[in-house]
Design a protein around this ligand. Structure first.
Ligand code: ATP
Ligand code: MG
Length: 446
């Protein structure tokens, strides 16, 4: 029976579908975009599935990019936006739980939908056909469940990444995982070890950035983090019996992720900020848990985790700096604060305030008010420092290396040393950022 549900497609998608149909092919919007429209969410991107071969797609459109011809995907560019147009296909056998050994093109939409991971991701739509929902996707959307298409164990056996994707979609959409699908997650999560770090990273990051990062706890209970992030499992079993805390390290970590803005660097920082606490824990003479040196040690473990997940250097540098500083007290005096901002880096300092706020929000609420008040005061001072245009780095100092060379100091280490002393002076008192003053004080006597 034709479904009467209407989806308002973007003009470019309508045009792509009608161009393919006019040439005698079938074409539909498919997957995440259909799911998101039915949920009233705005799709991130629009994918199109078609009976046309990649060569037909390349012939029918003016601007195309052969993104993944061997898997049937051609990117069509319309009005500066990219649309992935993929030929109906059946995935061949997966011998390694990673890649299908081969893909076969098919003329059957049903077969193309059947290869997709979850029922809510396996619906297609075109203005002519309406919603094509062959696996109960609309019912599962109503019931808010993530359910594998077909037999979950078989589907996870074909591609183990689907195990993590089930949890990521549940976290993004506020859905439950269907019971049989969840049992298959529990049973087969060990096979995630065969999946490449890059694919794991993409899904883990989407889970962290979702509205429900606390699904990390479900991932732990089902055995998933034990495979992809065993460091987190240690946190889940580490108590924090002291006056600052009210949760285990693991639950504190999850609460801190939730309390941080949905930014990649910030949420990764919260995930990793206390990651070394399990190996730093000591019990003092009063019977309280303490974690001396945990920030520095967490930098080491975070570095290893981020390298394992193949994170880029820039992300790694930022996260590690924030982890290193997360527990440092903030100076409240203006001079001390300028030195601190210089050392943290101007870009990272406002992020550090977010990290500290999220950390506080995940601790014992009885200490929250005073600790948040400190952050607020520091933020006000920071805003004042910015408004006043105080020098915060060598690039804002009134003297540079060229000035010193012009005065006859030979290029080298000494120049850096002089500039550093000038900067410390200026951070301490911004009114000293004057060329004449600085040269007089630091060059003439040196
Ligand atoms: P997002 O909004 O995060 O992009 P999405 O549903 O579009 O969500 P993608 O990872 O972009 O997710 O995948 C697009 C579609 O391709 C999915 O909706 C699903 O139908 C199918 N798909 C993607 N990855 C797999 C997989 N590993 N196994 C089976 N089907 C998959
Ligand atoms: Mg997508």
């Amino acid at each position: 029976m034709m479904d009467s549900v209407h989806i308002e497609l973007p003009d470019e998608v309508k045009k792509i579908i009608s161009t393919l149909e006019s040439a005698g092919f079938e074409a539909y919007a498919v997957g995440g975009c259909v799911r998101d429209c039915l949920l009233g969410r705005i799709p991130t991107d629009w994918d199109i599935t078609t009976s046309a071969d990649p060569s037909d797609v390349q012939r029918l459109f003016y601007r195309t990019i052969p993104t993944g011809i061997e898997h049937g995907t051609v990117t069509v560019r319309e009005k500066g936006r990219n649309f992935e147009v993929t030929t109906f296909r059946i995935d061949g056998k997966y011998s390694d739980s990673r890649h299908p050994e081969s893909v076969t093109f098919t003329s059957s939409l049903r077969e193309d939908l059947a290869r997709r991971d979850f029922t809510v991701n396996a619906m297609a739509y075109s203005p002519a056909a309406g919603i094509v929902d062959l696996f109960g996707g609309q019912d599962d959307l109503k019931d808010r469940v993530i359910r594998a298409v077909g037999d979950p164990e078989q589907r996870f056996g074909e591609d183990a990444l689907r195990i993590l994707r089930a949890l990521r979609f549940a976290a993004q959409l506020s859905f439950d995982v269907d019971k049989d699908t969840e049992e298959a997650v529990r049973k087969l999560c060990g096979t995630l070890s065969k999946i490449s770090a890059e694919r794991i990273r993409t899904e883990l990051e989407k889970l962290l950035l979702s509205e429900h990062p606390e699904l990390l706890v479900k991932a732990y209970r089902l055995g998933v983090t034990g495979v992809i992030l065993p460091e987190f499992d240690s946190c889940m079993v580490t108590t924090q019996n002291n006056r600052y805390h009210c949760y285990t390290v693991g639950i504190h970590t999850v609460e801190a992720i939730k309390a941080a803005p949905a930014d990649r660097v910030l949420r990764l920082t919260m995930l990793l900020h206390d990651i070394a606490k399990p190996c730093c824990r000591i019990i003092d003479s009063m019977g309280r848990d303490r974690f001396p040196g945990h920030a520095d040690k967490s930098v080491e473990i975070a570095d290893a985790v981020l390298r394992r997940l193949k994170y880029d250097n820039d992300t790694r540098r930022k996260v590690l700096k924030l982890v290193e500083l997360h527990d440092e007290p903030l100076p409240e005096g203006a001079a001390g604060l300028r030195v601190f901002i210089h050392e943290a880096g101007r870009e990272l300092f406002p992020m550090l305030l977010e990290v500290k706020r999220a950390d506080i929000m995940a601790k014992n609420p009885s200490m929250r008010k005073d600790k948040l008040a400190v952050i607020d005061r520091v933020r006000e001072k920071y805003d004042r420092i910015l408004a006043d245009g105080d020098c915060l780095g060598l690039d804002e100092l009134c003297v540079n290396g060229q000035d010193l060379i012009a005065l006859g100091i030979s290029p080298g280490k000494e120049i850096g040393e002089i500039l550093r002393r000038m900067l410390m002076d200026v951070l301490n008192d911004p009114s000293h950022n004057e060329k004449e003053y600085l040269l007089d004080k630091y060059v003439k006597d040196s």
